[in-house]
Design a protein around this ligand. Sequence first.
Ligand code: NAD
Length: 271
Amino acid sequence: MNYLEEMFGLAGKTAVVAGGAGVIGAVMSEALLRVGANVVVLSRSEASVETFLGRYRDVPELEPRAFGLALDCSDEGALDEAFDMAKQRFSAPEILVNAVGGNRGKTSFVDIDVALFRDILDLNLTAGLVIPTKVFCRRWIDEGIAGSIINLTSMASYSPLSGVWAYDAAKAATLNLTMAAANEFASHGIRVNAIAPGFFLGKQNKNLLVDEQTGDYTPRGRSVIDHTPFGRFGEASELAGVTVFLASGKASGFVTGVSIPVDGGYLVHNI
Ligand SMILES: NC(=O)c1ccc[n+]([C@@H]2O[C@H](COP(=O)([O-])OP(=O)(O)OC[C@H]3O[C@@H](n4cnc5c(N)ncnc54)[C@H](O)[C@@H]3O)[C@@H](O)[C@H]2O)c1
């Protein structure tokens, strides 16, 4: 085994990627597959799981290590079963990526739709972090596994973005819980970290940032670009390297409780 494989290779390890059929989850899943891990994506619908797996149908070096399950990540029982199914098919999962989450539009505070506000908190926090973390950490503690969790924070975790109240609250909490859970589980050797993507055009934010008719930036999109020292949106593929780094116990075994921005300098912008 050469030095790179020893440091970053994940052959024989199993990763579960919740939300792995989404834009960011799929890139993270592929990165883990390409460094040798077995990858089980969890997504809400059979169709999205099939679309994900379909990408690897004719890729003999990846296809046997890609697997998917349709379930709701807010269902504790289903996640517990998913842990067992991943274990039966490959080996006990040692890596959990929490990539369920997203935003649903923008309003003034006085126009907040409270039911939608609760849904967004549930999506990002309950399904997006708390329940998968609870289920996997309980199994890891019981089975003596020093697992590793990667959460998805956001620029909104550090400083609120305007008009996206529930998303701001959920992502601030994601950063807080990443640090708190890192403390809680450190004595079991379990690491909890996060990746904070800057602005990547995804389903959830495209219409806020780009005018569908003209393809030009919206005023909000322009403001993001002006605020990003690299002067562009990120490419989802730019999240692959940091995923592998955080997943590899050899590369980041003493790293826990951090959120790594991948943001073209958005957080260090000044005038
Ligand atoms: N796209 C960006 O620019 C950006 C920036 C910062 C942070 N993030 C965060 O990264 C994460 C992934 O974002 P994305 O852009 O890939 O979103 P996405 O909507 O493309 O992917 C999320 C996936 O999770 C699935 N999902 C939703 N609820 C589920 C549930 N209860 N059970 C199982 N699956 C469920 C969806 O079907 C979807 O496939 C989110 O937490 C998001 O907030 C995204």
